[in-house]
Design a protein around this ligand. Structure first.
Ligand SMILES: Nc1ncnc2c1ncn2[C@@H]1O[C@H](COP(=O)(O)OP(=O)(O)OP(=O)(O)O)[C@@H](O)[C@H]1O
Length: 268
């Protein structure tokens, strides 16, 4: 695969979005998106409801393919390879680019079985016990659950369930983890633990997260992309990218007035 490199910073670019337009039927949900996602950094997507943050996130692992009315124009490159090329297998894309959702959604199975589910499907030949221990240690859950691995995952707290879902996402050895508002269903203490975990995980993975929580974006992310919605002549709401930069720049010295207004809570 050809390497994408940001020449100015020499950072490797994992996902490069070029002129992306996304439609659901006739609705243009996202217009003309150009955005690079750098390796081993956390990129946060912020913006008002309906501006297309989740839509873009789901384009990165081809999850929108499952929606009948979905159509994309433009390109997304993963290490230089077009993710939407005919020869690319979406299942393999989803193995390399995992996703964690807003609401913790463990399978109604034991903690152990949640972890080995994906590897089993992909024909993992290694030692499952070691895999379970390693994955749970990576999300700092091992000490809390090591004596009840055969208990139902649903007996865990919401925060523990979300860390289990993150552990499940990393068992198939992805390269990128997408997170769609991963803390919005969690209490403040569980939220801080997941945030700590995200900071730790970026040493190994590239992370893209959607969040409505401005403080969370400023605490956790290295780069922030601000999206907004505009109305077309027909009154349809079209999402677009306003600006993206290092997080401290977006929060302390944004270039666009709308970004300033959004982060100061004056709209959205
Ligand atoms: N499956 C779908 N079918 C049709 N339209 C959709 C679908 N999913 C999203 N949309 C539309 O696409 C636009 C962008 O939605 P999206 O969920 O990506 O925005 P968002 O910024 O993530 O919003 P929120 O912050 O409320 O989650 C909205 O107008 C939404 O109604």
């Amino acid at each position: 695969m050809a390497a994408n490199v940001d020449v100015a910073s020499q950072t490797q670019i994992v996902l490069r979005t070029e002129g992306l337009r996304v439609y659901y039927g006739n609705l243009l949900a996202l217009s003309n998106i150009w955005l690079d996602i750098p390796k081993n950094q956390v990129t946060a997507f912020i913006g008002p409801s309906g501006c297309g943050k989740s839509t873009l996130l789901r384009c990165y692992n081809r999850l929108n393919d499952l929606i009948e009315s979905f159509r994309a124009e433009g390109n997304i490159f993963y290490y230089g390879e077009n993710l939407y090329s005919k020869h690319i297998d979406p299942v393999e894309v989803r193995r390399r680019i995992g996703i964690v959702f807003q609401k913790p959604n463990p399978f109604p199975k034991s903690i152990y079985d949640n972890i080995i589910f994906g590897p089993k499907i992909h024909g993992y030949k290694g030692n499952m016990d070691e895999l379970v221990e390693h994955s749970l240690k990576q999300v700092a859950l091992w000490d809390e659950v090591k004596d009840k691995l055969r208990k139902s995952s649903l007996s865990l707290s919401g925060g523990q369930q979300q860390r289990l879902c993150i552990a499940r996402a990393i068992t198939t050895k992805p390269d990128v983890i997408l997170m769609d508002e991963p803390c919005s269903a969690l209490d403040p203490i569980s939220t801080l633990r997941v945030e700590e975990l995200i900071r730790e995980l970026k040493k190994t993975y590239t992370i893209v997260m959607v969040t409505h929580n401005m403080q969370q974006a400023s605490r956790v992310s290295d780069r922030t992309a601000f999206f907004n919605v505009k109305s077309s002549e027909k009154g349809e709401r079209i999402g677009y990218l306003v600006e993206h930069e290092r997080t401290e720049v977006i929060f302390q010295d944004p270039q666009q007035e709308s970004t300033k207004e959004y982060i100061s809570g004056r709209f959205g």
